[in-house]
Design a protein. Structure first.
Length: 362
């Protein structure tokens, strides 16, 4: 069976879905592998690294797709490339099923099996395939590094003969995987860390990392069965705004990570709250691509309001694409391994398997 991957548009996506390490594992499963010339060269994965393992290197994406039974990608390929996908083939990746509905419907009409990995259920058996967790972990870490880079003061407390420099105070909005890693990273670097989340289950996790959890009085547990955050009530939002407004008076850096799958990011830091910030404060908004957690966030821009710098990141994983690719490729390999019937050398589309049923676009 032939498995393939074509080059991403590296101006917007530098990660790759197959690394040399993972190519070796696919070959061990009995797959024939096909990739495009120069596929991973921008990350230091040279064609010979793949070729020496037995991977077929072809000149262009059309030839690669012509040979593919299964195509694994990071993002949904561009329209002209999608047209080269043939009937009864399978496409696996982060297909963003909520914003690419029309394109995916078109592929379904061609009898292409589309598996969107951001839809994986949060069950124990799917943990090794969980792209959201592996990538969010890196994003939370990098967001803190990037925010500290533009913050113009020291982070840890420093006691000197000339006086004491106080530790920076960091607020992490959203304590999912990205938020928890942001808390851990900021704490390791000497900051005093606060965090807020609509899911009360996050309190214990935040405190175990040394953070201080901001609890809204009379808080409700806004967590879905799948472990994601859901939309808060109007009363909760009002109480959260009051607590945040007061907290922001003492905060130097805010890391925003709050997202609701398939929805616009909640606007948590409102316009009137900016009067409470200290000049020189920094907001790093990881939710920018879904509209942002602040009213002023713009994708891939630094916006300054009332002396506060707001960074809206479109794809922070492009800033550490080698690490992100290594983890993503392992996640995808584990997904394919679950999907592949090695004995009969074909895909097993068993819809009684929750992993397959939830990720297959129907």
């Amino acid at each position: 069976m032939n498995l393939a991957s074509i080059s991403e548009n590296i101006t917007i996506e530098k990660r790759v879905a197959i690394t040399p390490e993972i190519a070796k594992k696919y070959l061990g499963l009995g797959f024939n592998l096909f990739i495009q010339r120069g596929y991973g060269s921008h990350l230091g994965f040279e064609d010979n690294d793949f070729k020496d393992l037995g991977v077929n290197i072809l000149d262009d994406d059309k030839k690669v797709l012509d040979n593919a039974d299964i195509v694994v990608q990071v993002a949904l390929p561009e329209d002209d490339k999608l047209n080269n996908l043939k009937e009864n083939k399978s496409l696996i990746g982060t297909l963003n099923s909520f914003s690419n509905k029309e394109k995916l419907e078109s592929l379904k009409s061609k009898k292409v099996n589309c598996f969107s990995l951001e839809l994986l259920p949060r069950i124990t058996r799917a943990q090794s395939m969980d792209i959201l967790s592996s990538q969010a972990n890196l994003a939370g870490y990098k967001a803190v590094i990037e925010a500290f880079k533009i913050y113009e003061k020291a982070i840890p407390m420093m006691m000197t003969a000339a006086g004491t420099i106080p530790a920076a105070k960091v607020l992490v909005v959203g304590a999912g995987v990205a938020g928890l890693q942001a808390i851990a990273t900021a704490k390791r670097m000497g900051a005093i860390v606060f965090a807020t989340d609509v899911r009360m289950a996050s309190k214990e996790q935040v405190e175990s990392l040394g953070g201080k959890f901001l609890t809204v009085e009379g808080a409700e547990n806004l967590e879905t069965e799948g472990g994601y955050a859901k939309e808060a009530s109007a009363d909760f939002k009002l109480k959260q705004e009051e607590l945040l407004s007061e907290t922001l008076k003492k905060i130097d850096i805010v890391i925003c990570t709050a997202l609701i799958p398939g929805r616009e990011a909640p606007k948590i830091i409102k316009q009137e709250m900016f009067k409470n910030f200290q000049p020189g404060s920094v907001i790093y908004d990881l939710a920018a691509i879904q509209g942002g957690n602040t009213v002023f966030t713009e994708v891939d821009k630094i916006v300054e309001k009332n002396g506060v710098k707001i960074l809206g990141e479109g794809n922070i994983l492009n800033k550490l694409p080698v690490s992100a690719s290594n983890l993503y490729a392992k996640n995808v390999f584990n997904f394919v391994s679950n999907l592949y019937d090695k004995e009969n050398k074909k895909l097993n589309l068993n819809l009684e398997d929750e992993i397959i049923e939830k990720t297959l676009i129907k």
